[in-house]
Design a protein around this ligand. Structure first.
Ligand SMILES: C[S@@+](CC[C@H](N)C(=O)[O-])C[C@H]1O[C@@H](n2cnc3c(N)ncnc32)[C@H](O)[C@@H]1O
Length: 196
């Protein structure tokens, strides 16, 4: 376990995590544009934590859309519930679950797993399970920290996952058009789609 960046986030201070999420706010609009997320869509957020990104998703899909916010931590989702209520969003459905084994007929239009895989025991299995929660033609975006980045913030190098590995996992899970894009010196995104 790296100091300040435990792989297992149970017992985290979720207000502190929210503050860390807020420091990455600039990355989020590019994530939503990369999967062409629009009003009225159903979007799955895997590993939402206390929900900084979730609230931006809820704003983007609007009152006719829906965000399925999944996290194994009931405390993280309670933190999100409080923020959601403060802002009056009723288009966020919180689901306490491990996304590796979640079985639900969500048929989501799009999904994101951002800064999550380096906390997961079996990232390949998690990505394979996400494929079952999406409709044909749905888009998925994964964002992660680059092991070749400067590591000036974010998790230490030894916790980071190479983009090439994420691409291999997505292709093995059946995603098509899998493509990597650099976002900053520290992080990248990988995008793929569920075949029609
Ligand atoms: C660093 S936070 C990232 C939060 C948010 N996605 C973001 O971009 O800021 C990682 C989150 O992944 C969650 N997580 C860990 N294992 C998970 C799993 N198997 N399924 C779903 N979420 C998981 C943790 O509980 C934590 O809330």
């Amino acid at each position: 376990m790296a100091d300040g960046f435990p792989k297992d986030m149970r017992g985290a201070d979720w207000d502190e995590v929210f503050a860390r999420q807020a420091k990455r706010a600039d990355l989020v609009p590019e994530w939503l544009d990369a999967i062409a997320l629009h009003a009225g869509e159903r979007v799955l957020e895997v590993g939402c934590g206390p929900g900084f990104v979730t609230l931006m998703l809820a704003e983007r899909v609007g009152p006719t859309g829906l965000v399925h916010a999944v996290d194994p931590s009931a405390d993280a989702l309670a933190n999100l519930a409080r923020r959601q209520a403060e802002r009056g969003f009723d288009n966020i459905c919180r689901i306490v679950a491990d996304a590796t084994t979640l079985a639900d007929d969500l048929q989501a239009d799009a999904a994101l797993a951002t800064m999550v895989l380096h906390h997961v025991d079996d990232p390949a299995a998690l990505l394979a399970n996400i494929a079952h929660l999406l409709r044909p033609g749905a888009r998925l975006l994964v964002a992660e920290f680059d092991p070749d980045g400067p590591c000036e913030f974010g998790p230490p190098r030894e916790m980071r996952i190479a983009a090439a590995e994420v691409k291999r996992w997505l292709e093995a899970a059946g995603f098509s058009g899998v493509e990597e894009r650099r976002q900053t010196a520290e992080d990248y995104v990988v995008i793929g789609g569920v075949p029609m």
